[in-house]
Design a protein around this ligand. Sequence first.
Ligand SMILES: Nc1ncnc2c1ncn2[C@@H]1O[C@H](COP(=O)(O)OP(=O)(O)O)[C@@H](O)[C@H]1O
Ligand SMILES: [Mg+2]
Length: 355
Amino acid sequence: MTKIRVGIVAGGQSSEHEISCISAAGILGAIDRNKFEPVLIGITKSGKWVLPLPSTPLTIIDGQLPSISEDAPMICADLNEFSTHASPLNLDLLFPVLHGPYGEDGTFQGMCEMAGFRYVGSGVLASATAMDKSFAKAIFSAHGLKVAEGLTVNSRDWPHKANDINGRAQSLGLPLFVKPARGGSSRGTTKVKEISALNSAIEEALQFDSKVMIEKGIIGREIECGVLQVSGVTQVCDPGEVKISPEHEFYDFTAKYLDGATEFVTGIDLPDAIKKNITTSAKLAFEALGCEGLARVDFFLDNNGEVIINEINTMPGFTATSVFPKLWKEAGIGYTELITILIESAMSRSMSVTR
Ligand SMILES: Nc1ncnc2c1ncn2[C@@H]1O[C@H](COP(=O)(O)OP(=O)(O)O)[C@@H](O)[C@H]1O
Ligand SMILES: [Mg+2]
């Protein structure tokens, strides 16, 4: 049997470069090599496409996050074929294990569409909409899902509309959350507990994106849910909960990745009606945006039992111990099988728009 050659694309130009490397390492370690032949393709932080050396570390070593070396041999992509030193890589499919802008946001997907490459995950529009929280929230709302109240600030309005923005933000109450609209991994996100800290939080978020969200802080639990298309059928697994240790004010970057301060608990005890609300909302959100393949849908469950959708991630963290694979493991689909399902479903997908 000829094996499917899968380009595992890792790194990328976003602030989640390192996390992408860790996700790719997990996939390379677990992919079913009887069926697939993975080829690691790196995108460096500066945007160069390279063929990383096999010895490239892709995991955290002594607290040092991995990255794709700028010195690795370059790949040539001419939109017909990827090659290196004029020898074609003969890839059947690309698996963009890329998080954040220039990877998870429709740009990579657009390149694949233009070139006619098959790829894992959502298409251009769903990826772009999910990436931009200001657009995703409007669509969720239009489909009857509850979202956190808030406002969007564009860099062109900052700082000359600061007074107006401050006034509108203040009317939401405290705490507030300020975050880049197209961010990830909590980079650039601040919990604002005093209104005097708002401006610096906005400026911090503007370092990451020209568009910033200010939201009413939801007090409650963070619940995450996985959506997966298996043989064309959209399945939702039981939700799990992010348990953050009390020294972290919220699910920030360190709590997420670095110091083991967070536990993700599956099989949580939730009233049936709330669980049903969450799984139905996750499927609705997935379909509302037109997602494909997979997504992790994140919710808040506030102290009044209200389910509020926070965001949808079209390429969630994907190490063996990341939330998405953990959720599916609990549902009976192991990491290796999960990777197989994603690749096989991308291989069988037909073009949504006829050429
Ligand atoms: N409106 C909000 N209310 C309460 N917590 C929030 C809110 N927005 C963000 N957070 C906190 O910040 C974290 C990161 O924000 P999120 O919108 O999920 O962005 P990212 O794409 O970086 O994960 C969330 O997991 C949560 O802990
Ligand atoms: Mg999040």
